[in-house]
Design a protein around this ligand. Sequence first.
Ligand code: SAH
Ligand code: DHB
Ligand code: MG
Length: 224
Amino acid sequence: MQSLEMNWAAVDSYANDLFVPPDAVLQEILDRCDREGLPQIQVSPNHGRFLQLLARIRSARSILEIGTLGGYSTIWLARALPEKGKLISLEFDSHYAGVARRNIELAGLSDKVEVQVGDAHHTLAKMVDEGAGPFDMVFIDADKPGYPTYLPFVLKLCAANALIVADNIVRRGAIADPASTDPRVLGVRRFSQMAAQSPGVSGTILQTVGRRGHDGFAILLVEK
Ligand code: SAH
Ligand code: DHB
Ligand code: MG
């Protein structure tokens, strides 16, 4: 590992040790995800806290998540909700969704969180048709080539002054590499272009470094 990356990991651990106390429920959830063979691509603990802080700063009462996996980021976000708050999380894989539901139950959040199984493209179209929402915050973290298609649906489902956060936007800097032909890079780049050009959307891209290397979030405020 390069020394720079060692520093990134060390500072990640430092912040984690200071601000993210050991949590037996979250640890058990990560262990279960491992045992069930889920890929280890959850947000880091520090980023879970970051998402939770954003939800609290926004006083979010309704949250939409695209890409549940085992429910790790879901639980960080749902813990920010007030008593009657709701989170809907969309997941393509029914095995992952089952693991997530059991994890959400362990976290005592089953009354606030609903996991909907299916391709998010279809689920989102249905949600728009049915007048679902509006959502105060949306976390986009599913398949990267899908991000550009998700954005128009998400904008329709947003409340006034909603916050949209999209994960894995920077991809080790590849977003700024015009030669990239990786469909994930093209997806997050198109998403970012569309967001930047959407009327009433103010945003930026925040680069992150840490245990997972160099990546970043798109953070968008939807003023409608
Ligand atoms: N947010 C999670 C990690 C999500 S990983 C966390 O931080 O804990 C990305 C997830 O998106 C995977 O579980 C994958 O199955 C799901 N996914 C991929 N394509 C999808 C699609 N078209 N619709 C819904 N979910 C999808
Ligand atoms: C990967 C990481 C992610 O955060 C994600 O949402 C999907 C994939 C990865 O490292 O492959
Ligand atoms: Mg991600």
